[in-house]
Ligand binder design. Structure first.
Ligand SMILES: Cc1cc2nc3c(=O)[nH]c(=O)nc-3n(C[C@H](O)[C@H](O)[C@H](O)COP(=O)(O)OP(=O)(O)OC[C@H]3O[C@@H](n4cnc5c(N)ncnc54)[C@H](O)[C@@H]3O)c2cc1C
Length: 215
């Protein structure tokens, strides 16, 4: 850890433990990638990611401005956030959110090696639903050429989490204001088969009762 990932406000909510960081990156469906554009202006783009060891993989079209810009060794900052609750305090000031978040700093590089590119594809597909890579059709050579993969080394990272109820001022506990937490959970509904399906294919076990936390 350096000054860059030193949490200044409420550092007791922070962690630099890779297990904590990795669990958040695995559960979060998406991340936001911050980088400098060609004119040096900051830009933040949401995208899918997958974690493999110390590397975060990003993928997209070969026309992706983000991937083309960062693939040449750019420094990037990536954030992933899971919101767990809305914290209703008795005062406006103490309203908050419960969350788990990661901020990581890394260096991006274009993935040229076909074997590494394949591993990255698999990790990204399985990040959405583990088991999907083995089940669905593999990319054709044309699809492979149309897809760019960028690896971001995790040079440094921090996690931060808030849990629990509101922290009101002592006098405010006497107020007639409801206080507490509204839990937030992503719910995944019953899978809806594609109406264009031409064959009866049973729902695979890995999609039955889909839940992120179980990944
Ligand atoms: C859903 C959500 C809502 C939030 N709402 C607010 C809000 O309304 N106002 C507000 O001030 N803050 C909010 N925060 C907290 C915010 O992300 C920062 O933690 C906070 O601004 C304090 O930053 P700092 O000055 O300590 O750190 P900074 O000086 O900004 O950052 C220093 C380093 O600390 C680490 N760090 C800082 N924040 C995080 C984080 N959230 N996760 C992981 N690492 C982190 C990074 O490595 C960063 O480089 C929210 C966070 C989340 C996830």
């Amino acid at each position: 850890m350096t000054e860059r990932t030193n949490l200044r406000r409420l550092p007791e909510r922070g962690s630099h433990d890779r297990e904590v960081i990795d669990a958040i990156l695995r559960e979060a469906l998406i991340c936001h990638v911050g980088f400098a554009d060609d004119a040096g202006r900051p830009v933040v783009i949401p995208t899918i990611h997958a974690l493999v060891g110390d590397t975060l993989y990003l993928h997209g079209s070969v026309a992706s401005r983000m991937l083309r810009t960062i693939g040449d060794g750019a420094n990037v900052c990536v954030n992933a956030t899971i919101v767990d609750g809305l914290v209703m305090a008795r005062s406006h000031f103490h309203h908050s959110m419960n969350y788990r978040s990661v901020v990581l700093f890394g260096t991006a590089r274009l993935v040229d090696d076909p074997a590494e590119k394949d591993r990255a594809f698999a990790a990204i597909v399985d990040h959405i639903a583990r088991g999907r890579w083995e089940d669905a059709r593999q990319p054709s050579p044309v699809e492979d050429r149309q897809t760019m993969v960028v690896a971001v080394s995790i040079d440094e990272a921090s996690a931060k989490a808030r849990t629990g109820g509101p922290h009101d001022d002592a006098d405010d506990y006497e107020l007639d204001v409801w206080a507490g937490v509204i839990p937030v959970q992503a719910t995944y509904g019953e899978p809806v088969p594609d109406p264009d399906t031409t064959r009866e294919v049973p729902l695979p076990a890995y999609l039955d009762g889909y839940r992120r936390g179980s990944l």
